[in-house]
Design a binder for this molecule. Structure first.
Ligand SMILES: Nc1nc2c(ncn2[C@@H]2O[C@H](COP(=O)(O)OP(=O)(O)O)[C@@H](O)[C@H]2O)c(=O)[nH]1
Ligand SMILES: [Mg+2]
Length: 293
């Protein structure tokens, strides 16, 4: 079972992974049970711990130079239910044009063939820049230029071609989750406008003629987070308030739907479903609001 975190360089994949896996290792309470995911590889566990410890000490991770695979066990009340692997790709390769970048992209698509869901981390900064200035609060409006808006829109549009290519290679429409990162930078109305803009800029994903399941959520690792020369300021929130658990659990939920079967897996599915409240994650199917059952 594979979960691929897709997202352009700087969208927040690595920080997200460090934070989300820390929160999931501690466990998420639901209906009197605890769902958790722990690293099943000692070396990678150390890497993940170092990552979140460094963030807690006020330093953002550096740009990833290599792609990483992290194996985990999903557990309910401490009992292993099934293993899964999260892939964190190095920055740059998705929109890079070098031969090496192209080879790496091929590798991503190979990994995809064994996953039943696409998780795209959509950079909150890019969404903010792509919004019409009139939709932004006065404080945010000053920062956008026409050129920056165009570039941001092109970047969001590029996600659509990635999704299309995944679907073609897997010869089916896989469920997709769009997770808007850095949601702490938005006011609520801006975030709502950002979600509407995504629907507009990814028409094939939200098409009426397309039966795929699409989830949208917004994720933040804390409050008022900033990056000045690599220094992290603001407050990290190492709990579920920023929705960090949802993208990984969404991917596992879709996967269980596909492999299904035994009692433990079914219980995990039901527990995870209980975490999907409509104010935290919304679902669409064929472009219309959908409910997960
Ligand atoms: N405000 C805010 N900034 C974030 C958040 N997550 C990541 N960032 C910023 O995004 C930068 C890039 O993150 P990184 O995980 O390295 O991106 P990657 O290239 O996709 O792996 C970080 O250095 C932070 O400055 C967040 O939740 N809120
Ligand atoms: Mg990275």
């Amino acid at each position: 079972m594979n979960i691929c975190l897709l997202g352009l360089s700087g969208s927040g994949k690595t920080c997200y992974l460090y934070t989300a896996t820390h929160v999931l290792a501690r466990g998420v309470k639901v209906n009197g049970h605890t769902i958790s995911a722990t690293s099943s590889n000692r070396q990678q566990a150390i890497r993940l711990n170092n990552g979140i410890e460094q963030m807690a000490s006020g330093i953002w991770p550096e740009t990833s130079i290599s792609s990483m695979a992290y194996p985990f066990d999903l557990k309910i009340d401490g009992k292993s239910v099934f293993p899964f692997t999260i892939y964190d790709y190095r920055g740059g390769m998705l929109n890079g044009l070098s031969d090496e970048d192209q080879d790496d992209v091929e590798e991503i698509f190979d990994t995809f063939e064994e996953s039943s869901c696409i998780v795209v981390l959509v950079d909150g900064d890019t969404i903010m820049q792509a919004l019409e200035p009139g939709l932004l609060s006065p404080t945010h409006r000053q920062n956008v230029s026409f050129a920056a808006q165009l570039k941001a829109r092109n970047e969001l549009n590029y996600i659509e071609s990635l999704v299309k290519e995944c679907n073609v290679r897997m010869s089916r429409n896989v469920p997709i989750l769009l997770a808007i990162t850095k949601s702490d930078i938005f006011f609520q109305e801006e975030l709502d406008a950002g979600k509407r803009l995504l629907k507009e800029l990814l028409p094939s994903v939200f098409s009426l003629r397309n039966d795929m399941i699409v989830g949208i959520t917004a994720v933040t690792l804390g409050e008022d987070l900033h990056n000045e020369d690599g220094k992290l300021s603001g407050t990290l929130c190492l709990n579920t308030d920023g929705n960090v658990h949802l993208p990984i659990l969404f991917a596992l939920f879709q996967e269980i739907d596909e492999i299904g079967e035994d009692a433990d897996t079914e219980e995990a599915r039901l527990l995870i479903r209980n975490l999907f409240s409509s104010n935290k994650i919304s679902f669409y199917r064929g472009g219309k609001v959908a409910f997960i059952v």
